[in-house]
Write a protein that binds this ligand. Sequence first.
Ligand code: SAM
Ligand code: DTB
Ligand code: SF4
Length: 334
Amino acid sequence: MSDNTSALTVDEVSKVYNTPLLELIYKAATVHRMHNDPAEVQISSLISIKTGGCSEDCSYCPQAARYNTDIDVHKLMTVDQVTEAAQKAKMGGASRLCMGAAWREVRDNRDFDRVLEMVKAVNSMDMEVCCTLGMLTESQAQKLSDAGLYAYNHNLDTSAENYKSIITTRTYDDRLNTIKNVRKAKITVCSGGIIGMGESVEDRVKMLVTLANMKPRPESVPINALVPVEGTPLEDQPLVPIWDMVRMIATTRIVMPKTVVRLSAGRTQMSAEGQALCFMAGANSIFAGDKLLTTPNPDFNADKELFNTLGLTAREPFKNSERIKAKSTEILQN
Ligand code: SAM
Ligand code: DTB
Ligand code: SF4
């Protein structure tokens, strides 16, 4: 399924997803080896630059103002706080810093100007800079690109059909439109979803079909296992079985052979063996650091040990991306 010219169908991808598990892992591992170095894992570090108080109703999210959750709400961080966190992340082996803000959309105000300063500062530290700030207009995407933004994360989360049962305050088309604006500004696209929200297998497959049929495909696809947070409508969802996570990652790898597949939220719920199967099935990125945005993540030493045990190494920043490397050098020199 490496052909990016003919559109994949739900039937084709369902067949992949429903392949007997060991066969599926074997196929995904084979595809992974044909297109990527299986020993190399890209490490991203997350920082929540503005936490909580969000106007949206995403039913999984502890940062929505309308739910009563126990998080440390804070307004936009300073540029210095961000560069300090970026330095720490870099020392820990992260090649990418992803800055998340609990915004519905970006507004053209002083906060956005400060985010542009953050992007410039982190870019000058020779790290890939990623942002996830909600919806973007074309001109906002261009400003982020001019500041040196490498990637923009904007998840589809689930299928178009299931979207309304998870979020009512925006539409699937709003999501797709922001992704289009990001592409137009020549920023790489990071877009994936969450499993374990009560969706059907068909919803999972349909989301992958939408992502795999994008032209070009997203450069990275995060697969999150729901972290059920007390106070959110999804607080009582059962934890995602590891087998579902492995299946989802393997299918993502087979339908998008060259994409960076990120084993994202939910790793604290997984054993080392479970995560090893995810790497075997083609996951080649993680979020490292003891916190995601508001919820815990495995600690640094546990990940180091896991990498040592499995023989995995951290990927260098800007690999496979001469154009963007040139762009960052240009910004550095100016
Ligand atoms: N506000 C921006 C937006 O929604 O696009 C950016 C931040 S938002 C927290 C980024 C992503 O985190 C969401 O799209 C969702 O996929 C993921 N996420 C949020 N809460 C989660 C949870 N409890 N479990 C797993 N993933 C979650
Ligand atoms: C993504 O797909 N997962 C990350 C990142 N992109 C921004 C966020 C996970 C958030 C998990 C819940 C929390 O910590 O608040
Ligand atoms: Fe707001 Fe993003 Fe959370 Fe939705 S996922 S409530 S938009 S911070």
